[in-house]
Design a binder for this molecule. Structure first.
Ligand SMILES: Nc1ncnc2c1ncn2[C@@H]1O[C@H](COP(=O)(O)OP(=O)(O)O)[C@@H](O)[C@H]1O
Ligand SMILES: [Mg+2]
Length: 361
C-alpha cells in the first residue's frame, strides 16, 4: 500500500509526523509499505526514503537553507505524477492535510487511476474543505452550526462599507473571520469590535477568494471520530482546551499547554447527541472511511453546534482521531486495518455500480 504525505499545504510538517506514526503502527506482515512523498512545491518522490528526504528538507528550510528546497515549474511537476507511478500499489492512504490533499484534488487523481484509497471521495473531501459549502449543506439538512455570512474577496475589495454593515447587522460581535478553504486556524481572527473587522477580513482575503464571518460561540470544543462507509459509527467524544483565547495555529502545534482530554467529561445524553450529529454530518457531506467531527457546545445553554468535519484528521502519536478510537476500544493498528478495509469496500461498491450501468446500456 502507498502512503502519500507532505504536500503543498501549510500542514506539510504535520503530515510528515502523521505519516511517520501511521507507518510505525502498520502491521508489516500484512502490508508492504510504499512511501510516496510530495514536496512543498508539488513534486512526487518515490525513490529512496521519501519520508526521510522530506523531513530533512523541513529542517533545512527551518534553518533557512533555501537552496535545499527545489524550485520547479508546474510543467515539470505534472509528468512526475504518473511517471512516479502510483499505479503499482493496491491501495493508497493519503495522509495529507489542507488544500491539494484533503480537498478532493488528490482524490480525483486516485479515482482516475482507479486505485482504492482511504477516506472521503472527491465530493465529500471538497465539501468538507470549503466552510461555506459545508455550512450550506448543514443548514439544508437541519444540522445546527454557528450563524454566518459568506463574503467573496472581490466584494470585500470593492464594497468595504456595505460588507461591514452586513456583518454587523447579521452577525455582530464577537465574531470569527476565516478564509473558507484552509485549516490549522491559518487566517482565522476573533474580532471583538468594529474597529477590528477590516484587518481581519484583509487577513482572511490573503488566503482565499471566499471568506466567512461567524457568530462567536462561548463554547467548549468537543471532537468526535467517525468511521465507516454506509453505516458509520462514532467514537467517544474528546475535548480540546486551548490556553490561548481560541484554538489558533500556535495552540494547535506549538503550545504544550493545550489540553486534549479523551474521553470528554460530558453527560451520557450529550455524548449520544454529539455522536448522532457526528454521524449525520458525515453522511450529509457524503464522506467515507473516516472523519473527525468538531463541535462547539455552548457553555450556558448546552446547545451543540457542528463546527466542521476534517476528512483527513491528524494521525500523530498524540492526535485526537486515533486517541478517541483507542479510548473507545479500537487500538491504532486495528483502526488502520479498518480504514484500509473501508477503502477496498468503497472501491468495490463503486466498481459494482459502474459495471451495472454498462450492462444496462
Ligand atoms: N464560531 C466560533 N465560535 C467560537 N470559536 C470559534 C468559532 N469559529 C472558530 N472558532 C475557534 O477558532 C478555531 C479554528 O476555527 P475552525 O473553523 O475550526 O478553522 P480550522 O479549519 O482552521 O480548524 C476553532 O477551533 C475555535 O477555537
Ligand atoms: Mg478546526
Amino acid at each position: 500500500m502507498g502512503i502519500v504525505f507532505g504536500g503543498r499545504s501549510g500542514e506539510h510538517e504535520v503530515s510528515l509526523r502523521s505519516a511517520r506514526s501511521v507507518m510505525d503502527a502498520l502491521n508489516k506482515d500484512r502490508y508492504e509499505i510504499v512511501p510516496i512523498g510530495i514536496t512543498r512545491e508539488g513534486r512526487w518522490l518515490t525513490d529512496g526514503d521519501p519520508l526521510h528526504t522530506l523531513e530533512s528538507m523541513c529542517s533545512a528550510a527551518s534553518r533557512g537553507d533555501e537552496d535545499v528546497r527545489e524550485r520547479r515549474s508546474r510543467r515539470e511537476l505534472l509528468p512526475g505524477v504518473d511517471a512516479n507511478g502510483i499505479a503499482d500499489v493496491d491501495v493508497l492512504f493519503p495522509v495529507l492535510h489542507g488544500p491539494y490533499g484533503e480537498d478532493g484534488t488528490v482524490q480525483g487523481l486516485f479515482e482516475l487511476a482507479d486505485i482504492p484509497y482511504v477516506g472521503a471521495g472527491v465530493l465529500g473531501s471538497a465539501l468538507a474543505m470549503d466552510k461555506v459549502a459545508m455550512k450550506a449543506v448543514f443548514a439544508a439538512e437541519g444540522l445546527p452550526s454557528a450563524g454566518f455570512v459568506a463574503i467573496m474577496r472581490w466584494e470585500w475589495s470593492e464594497e468595504r462599507q456595505p460588507v461591514c454593515a452586513r456583518v454587523e447587522q447579521r452577525i455582530g460581535y464577537p465574531c470569527f473571520v476565516k478564509p473558507a478553504n484552509l485549516g490549522s486556524s491559518v487566517g482565522v481572527t476573533k474580532v471583538h469590535a468594529s474597529s477590528g473587522l477590516p484587518a481581519a477580513l484583509d487577513l482572511a482575503a490573503r488566503y482565499d477568494r471566499k471568506l466567512l464571518v461567524e457568530k462567536a460561540i462561548n463554547a467548549r470544543e468537543i471532537e468526535c471520530s467517525v468511521l465507516g462507509n454506509d453505516h458509520p459509527v462514532a467514537s467517544l467524544p474528546g475535548e480540546v482546551i486551548p490556553r490561548r483565547e481560541f484554538y489558533d495555529y500556535e495552540a494547535k502545534y506549538h503550545d504544550d499547554a493545550t489540553q486534549l482530554i479523551v474521553p470528554a467529561d460530558l453527560p451520557a445524553g450529550k455524548v449520544a447527541e454529539i455522536q448522532a450529529l457526528a454521524v449525520r454530518a458525515f453522511t450529509v457531506l457524503d464522506c467515507a472511511g473516516m472523519a473527525r467531527a468538531d463541535f462547539f457546545v455552548d457553555r450556558v445553554t448546552g446547545q451543540v453546534y457542528i463546527n466542521e468535519l476534517n476528512t483527513i484528521p491528524g494521525f500523530t502519536a498524540v492526535s485526537m482521531y486515533p486517541r478517541m478510537w483507542a479510548a473507545s476500544g479500537l487500538p491504532f493498528p486495528d483502526l488502520l486495518d479498518r480504514v484500509i478495509q473501508l477503502a477496498f469496500d468503497r472501491h468495490h461498491d463503486r466498481g459494482r455500480m459502474s459495471t451495472a450501468y454498462k450492462n444496462d446500456g
